[in-house]
Design a protein around this ligand. Structure first.
Ligand code: ZN
Length: 169
């Protein structure tokens, strides 16, 4: 038995996380980097609007953990413009609707960690978290922003979510 080879296969999904994470490192700001990036599939970007976009969390708390961020680099919620707020709300609504259909969760956590003290992983650039929840999957809001890796193939989830985003009316 080729143990090394089997081990590599088992760990392949995790390794692909690392490869993407490595790609992210070249950016000063994760969300500005994602905004400018060209390969949406590689970067797990699900939707691009006029003022904001939606991306899968590379280190999800739960399957289907998404983030919605404005294109504009800002850390102040109170400085968001009405059209940015409105479009982000619509985008969150759309993703909740898609996640409900695809994953049938029992609930959601929708939240924003503001500032390092608030638990923000990328404190300079505001972003909403959308976390589907299932009964018994443990904990509550404080989990948002932590990097508990879930054993799930992100590329498979991406495929289904992207397709649903494109079909959404
Ligand atoms: Zn930024």
């Amino acid at each position: 038995m080729d143990f090394e080879h089997d081990l590599e296969k088992i760990w392949a999904p995790w390794r692909s996380h690392d490869l993407i994470a490595e790609g992210y490192k070249k950016w000063d700001c994760l969300f500005c980097g994602l905004k400018e990036s060209k390969d949406d599939e590689k970067n797990l970007i699900l939707d691009r609007g006029e003022t904001c976009f939606c991306v899968m969390n590379l280190f999800p708390y739960n399957n289907g953990h998404l983030m919605v961020a404005p294109y504009r680099h800002t850390s102040s919620f109170e400085e968001l413009l009405p059209n940015e707020l409105a479009e982000m709300s619509s985008m969150i609504q759309k993703e909740i609707s898609i996640l409900k259909k695809l994953y049938n969760p029992n609930g959601f956590n929708i939240g924003m960690n503001i500032g390092t003290a608030g638990g923000a992983g990328v404190a300079g650039h505001l972003h909403w978290h959308i976390v589907p929840r299932w009964s018994g999957d443990s904990n509550f809001m404080p989990v948002i922003g932590k990097t508990d890796v879930v054993s799930v193939s992100l590329s498979t989830s991406y495929k289904y979510l992207k397709e649903a985003n494109e079909k959404y009316v």
